[in-house]
Write a protein that binds this ligand. Structure first.
Ligand code: ADP
Ligand code: ADP
Length: 225
C-alpha cells in the first residue's frame, strides 16, 4: 500500500493549462474518486499519476518517493482502462499472465497470482475461455485481474464501468467495493457517474477546469454541495 501526494501539480499543452496547481493527498488504502464535467482534467490527472503523461510543474510522490522522473512500470501502480484491450487470441489465463511473463516472473509465482486474482474476481472457471466468449462484465474482471496479478501499491481506474450496461454497472460497482475491502490497496477511480462516486468513495475529489473544487467524504459533499 502507498499514499499518493501531489504538490502544486501542473499540466499544460503549450498555452492550454489542463491541470492548475493541484494539491492532494490520497491516504494509504483510501478509495478516492475523481469526478467533474467532461474535459475538467480527471483523466489527465490519473494519467499523470500513472506516469503516462509528464507533469509540467510541481511534485508527485507515491509511497513517499518522488516519481516525477520514474517511468510507469516502476511506480508501483497498475491502471485499468475503460476499453479492456484484452488479447483476443489468448485465453483468460494467458491474458492475465502475459505481463508477468514479460517481466520474467517465475512460473509458479505467476500461476499463484493468476489463480488468486481469478478467485477474487469469480472467474476461476473461465480461465480457458477467449475474450470473445465472455460477457462485458467478465471481460472487465479480466482487465482488473491483469492489474491485480501485478500486486500494485496503487490501483488507477479510468471510467472502468462506462462501457457496460446499467444493470451490469450496478453489479460491478458492488464488486469494486468488495475488491477494495479484500485488497485494502489505495485506489484512485475516475468516473462521471455521481452514484458510482457516492457508493464507492472514501473521499471524492471534485474537479473543475483543471482545479480541485472540493474534497470530502460522500456525506460531506452531500450535505454541503
Ligand atoms: P476529463 O477526463 O475530465 O474528461 P481530460 O483529462 O481528458 O478531461 O482532458 C482535460 C482537458 O485537456 C480537455 O480540455 C482536453 O481537451 C485537454 N487535453 C487532453 N489531452 C490533450 C492533448 N494531448 N493536447 C491538448 N489538450 C489536451
Ligand atoms: P508448460 O507450458 O511448461 O507445459 P503448462 O502449460 O502445463 O506448462 O502450465 C503450467 C502451469 O500453468 C499449470 O499448473 C497451470 O495451472 C498453469 N496454466 C498455464 N496455462 C494455463 C491455462 N490456459 N489455463 C489454466 N492454467 C494454466
Amino acid at each position: 500500500m502507498a499514499d499518493v501526494r501531489l504538490v502544486n501539480v501542473q499540466k499544460s499543452y503549450g498555452e492550454t493549462h489542463v491541470l492548475r496547481d493541484v494539491n492532494l493527498a490520497v491516504r494509504d488504502g483510501e478509495f478516492m474518486v475523481f469526478v467533474g464535467p467532461s474535459g475538467c482534467g480527471k483523466s489527465t490527472l490519473l494519467r499523470t499519476i500513472a506516469g503516462l503523461e509528464d507533469i509540467t510543474g510541481g511534485e508527485l510522490s507515491i509511497g513517499g518517493r518522488v516519481v516525477n522522473d520514474v517511468p510507469p512500470a516502476e511506480r508501483g501502480i497498475a491502471m485499468v482502462f475503460q476499453s479492456y484491450a484484452l488479447y483476443p487470441h489468448m485465453d483468460l489465463y494467458e491474458n492475465m499472465a502475459f505481463g508477468l511473463q514479460l517481466a520474467k516472473v517465475p512460473k509458479a509465482e505467476i500461476d499463484a497470482a493468476v489463480q488468486h486474482a481469478a478467485k477474487i474476481l469469480h472467474i476461476a472457471h473461465l480461465l480457458k475461455r477467449k475474450p470473445k466468449d465472455l460477457s462485458g462484465g467478465q471481460r472487465q474482471r479480466v482487465a482488473i485481474g491483469r492489474a491485480i496479478v501485478r500486486k500494485p501499491e496503487v490501483f488507477l481506474f479510468d471510467e472502468p464501468l462506462s462501457n457496460l450496461d446499467a444493470a451490469l454497472r450496478v453489479k460491478m460497482r458492488y464488486e469494486f467495493a468488495k475488491l477494495h475491502d479484500e485488497l485494502k490497496t489505495t485506489m484512485i477511480y475516475v468516473t462521471h457517474d455521481q452514484v458510482e462516486a457516492m457508493t464507492l468513495a472514501d473521499r471524492i475529489v471534485v474537479l473543475s477546469a483543471g482545479r480541485i473544487e472540493q474534497v470530502g467524504s460522500p456525506l460531506e459533499l452531500y450535505e454541503h454541495p
